[in-house]
Design a protein around this ligand. Structure first.
Ligand code: NAD
Length: 284
């Protein structure tokens, strides 16, 4: 069986075009939506992610303003910056790029972002709303995964979805979203015994573990939908996912590539979250 590839670049481009149209209409009567990005330190990978986010914002007509703080900033200095951006009326979305330098408590600092501007969806009020199935800003990678499944009309209701990874950024929230849509969900992680026996049951397999090409064809039911979230840099500088793409492309039913899969769609969902935050703030 030849897998249907789910093209994250094409889907992200469509999403950004549709957001651009909505923003153009809103701008006839309202100010421009603004996203502030905050980087503490100078991590090269983080700088690339922020550049990609700024590019997507520009494509959709969102004004992105980047702020940096030195790597040796204190907790209080970062809080002060977050609070000034919380107060800034031109900022509708606020994203603090992770990881932070090790001396800073990322969980505590994330909670200082105004939940109405929390476009990453990591604030506990937004995560609580997700648990409840209520509206709120939802984490971007899980919403990207759901949009990718929906784009192919992959049946979710009644399906057995297996999620590898239990992070707050990907694994847990995507499991909740799949349950919300009627899937029966199994979450696997580093302590799971007989991983292969679990993954082979999956109609939908979401892999977010950060282990290059760990998931091979022997772990996947033929015809399953496989969403590869992993981003791993190999010794030769190339990027690969957590799934063995070559082995799966003639075995899975649907498959996302890395790069060009969940990554670009995640960025498009960030812009969508910025628009959602903006609409809620201007309607106040
Ligand atoms: P994390 O690093 O916080 O956690 C990894 C998870 O994988 C843990 O829950 C751990 O228990 C589990 N795990 C580790 N080894 C395992 C194994 N052998 N078998 C089963 N489970 C195992 O994870 P994260 O932040 O969710 O990131 C996961 C991957 O997804 C990373 O490669 C990251 O770069 C990537 N990522 C990509 C995007 C995107 O936009 N495409 C967004 C977020 C994360």
């Amino acid at each position: 069986m030849t897998a249907q590839l789910i093209d994250g670049l094409a889907l992200a481009s469509q999403k950004l075009q549709s957001l651009k149209q909505k923003i153009e209409t809103l701008r006839l009567t309202h100010p421009q939506p603004g996203l502030a990005t905050l980087l503490v330190g100078d991590d090269p990978a983080s700088r690339i992610y922020i550049r990609n986010k700024a590019r997507a914002c520009a494509e959709a007509g969102v004004c992105s303003i980047h702020h940096t703080l030195p790597a040796n900033s204190t907790f209080e200095e970062v809080v002060e910056k977050i609070e000034s951006l919380n107060q800034d009326p031109l900022v509708h979305g606020l994203l603090m790029q992770l990881p932070l330098p090790p001396h800073l408590d990322a969980k505590k600092l994330t909670q200082r972002i105004d939940r109405r501007k929390d476009v990453d969806g990591f604030n506990w009020q937004n995560l609580g709303a997700l648990v409840e199935g209520a509206s709120g800003l939802r984490p971007c990678t899980p919403t990207a995964i759901m949009a990718m499944l929906e784009s192919q009309k992959i049946p979710i209701k009644g399906a057995h979805a297996v999620v590898l990874g239990r992070s707050t950024i990907v694994g847990k929230p995507v499991a909740l979203m799949l349950v919300e849509r009627g899937a029966t969900v199994t979450i696997c992680h580093s302590q799971t015994r007989a991983l292969e026996a679990m993954t082979r049951q999956a109609d939908i397999l979401v892999v977010a573990i950060g282990k290059p090409r760990l998931v091979g064809a022997h772990m996947v039911k033929a015809g399953a939908a496989v969403i590869d979230v992993g981003i791993n840099r190999l010794a030769d500088g190339k990027i690969c996912g957590d799934v063995d793409f070559e082995a799966l492309k003639e075995h899975a039913g649907w498959l996302t590539p890395v790069p060009g899969g969940v990554g670009p769609m995640t960025v498009a969902m960030l812009v969508e979250n910025t628009l959602q935050a903006y609409c809620a703030l201007i309607e106040k």
